[in-house]
Design a protein around this ligand. Structure first.
Ligand SMILES: Nc1nc2c(ncn2[C@@H]2O[C@H](COP(=O)(O)OP(=O)(O)OP(=O)(O)O)[C@@H](O)[C@H]2O)c(=O)[nH]1
Ligand SMILES: [Zn+2]
Length: 341
């Protein structure tokens, strides 16, 4: 395959001088399977890459290999970065995938369906730079479970704004062409969603074969739980690329302040008329959001995500944390002075 078929473009070509360009197809700890023009190579990062605080390779990355051996010297700047907060950490980033053009947010139309989680994934997608597409799988089950499919689609389209919503039944649909139709050759998609929503089923049906695992990975996390850490890039029959990810249990936001606000344009519009500029819409007088017709669960979800990003900002910026403490101290003081408040 040539590099363009793997997603190479001028954006990357401009960044490299020496070495062999390659795309990371599989990343597991310190081992990386990459694709070059002449095929698949097992590689590891150079000593310098291990020790310097440079970009660490993630699946989807374009990297430069040494001319003389299977060693990754450098990770090229990313066009898009799909990140979350590292689960269990206070404030560090985990890059899930790089250079993703389209993010398929997969949800089941069964008990997995959760509008709040979709709102969260939409924020994550916006922050990544990838274009989101919501895939509602298991459409065949909705009726059986007594869910109103049309109502769920309507609800999803409302929260999705202009984002494409595709209902699907991976088990029974004669063709999954609707997914492929959103992609062009050389473009990269990634699939995210909870465990069990049907990501592997979709992948296998699209590939027309049982999924091939490049490596059997059964790593254990710190508590000895069995986790699948594999994220892997596949070339699809239509000439596009797909990164499959194991089900995500937690999707903590990573530095997504603007994306949270942008994902809730309806709330932002109302907030412009709140009496206080820094209104948190949680009971302040003159709050236009509280008086507006905003779904309470949606508002609570927005506030939760705002708190998450504020927390990260304070972690990263001690001065901001100091100011926030000072602000609350002043508020408490004035409340003591004016007990009627
Ligand atoms: N009825 C129905 N079942 C489905 C559909 N898609 C997937 N399933 C079933 O749902 C179960 C979970 O599907 P998987 O493809 O393994 O889910 P996954 O998202 O890959 O899960 P993880 O690998 O844990 O992240 C399997 O038993 C599938 O057969 C669908 O459209 N309809
Ligand atoms: Zn308000």
């Amino acid at each position: 395959m040539n590099l363009e078929q793997l997603g190479w473009s001028d954006f990357f070509a401009r960044q490299c001088a020496t070495g062999i360009p390659a795309r990371v197809a599989f990343a597991c700890r310190e081992q990386f399977i990459v694709w070059t023009e002449s095929g698949e190579v097992d590689t590891e990062p150079s000593g310098a890459l291990r020790h310097a605080s440079q970009l660490w390779p993630a699946v989807g990355d374009w990297v430069m290999l040494r001319d003389d051996g299977p060693v990754i010297d450098r990770v090229l700047e990313r066009r898009t970065t799909l990140s979350r907060k590292q689960p269990g950490s206070e404030s560090s980033e985990q890059v899930l995938a790089a250079n993703v053009d389209v993010l398929f947010i997969v949800s089941g139309l069964d008990h997995d369906y959760n509008p709040r989680r979709l709102e969260r994934y939409l924020v994550v997608a916006r922050e990544s730079g990838a274009t989101p597409v919501i895939v509602l799988n298991k459409a065949d089950l909705a009726g059986e479970l007594g869910f109103d499919l049309e109502e769920l689609l309507r609800l999803t389209r409302t929260l999705a704004g202009g984002t494409t919503v595709l209902p699907l039944s991976a088990m029974t649909d004669a063709s999954l062409d609707v997914l492929g139709a959103t992609m062009s050759p050389g473009e990269t998609a990634a699939m995210v969603g909870s465990s069990g929503v049907g990501k592997s089923t979709i992948l296998n049906r699209l590939l027309g074969a049982e999924r091939r695992r490049t490596m059997a990975v059964g790593a254990s996390d710190d508590r000895g739980r069995h986790t699948t850490t594999a994220r892997e890039l596949f070339v699809m029959p239509g000439g596009w690329l797909l990164i499959d990810m194991p089900g995500l249990r937690e999707v903590g936001l990573w530095s997504a302040e603007q994306s949270v606000d942008a994902g809730f344009g309806d709330i932002q519009e109302l907030a412009a008329a709140c009496r206080f500029r820094d209104c948190t819409h949680s009971g302040e007088p003159g709050c236009a959001v509280a008086d507006g017709a905003v779904d309470q669960a949606r508002l609570a979800n927005y506030q939760k995500m705002r708190r998450e990003v504020e927390y990260l900002k304070r972690k990263a910026d001690p001065e901001l944390a100091r100011q926030t403490r000072a602000k609350w101290k002043a508020i408490e003081k004035s409340v003591r002075r004016h007990p009627k408040w």
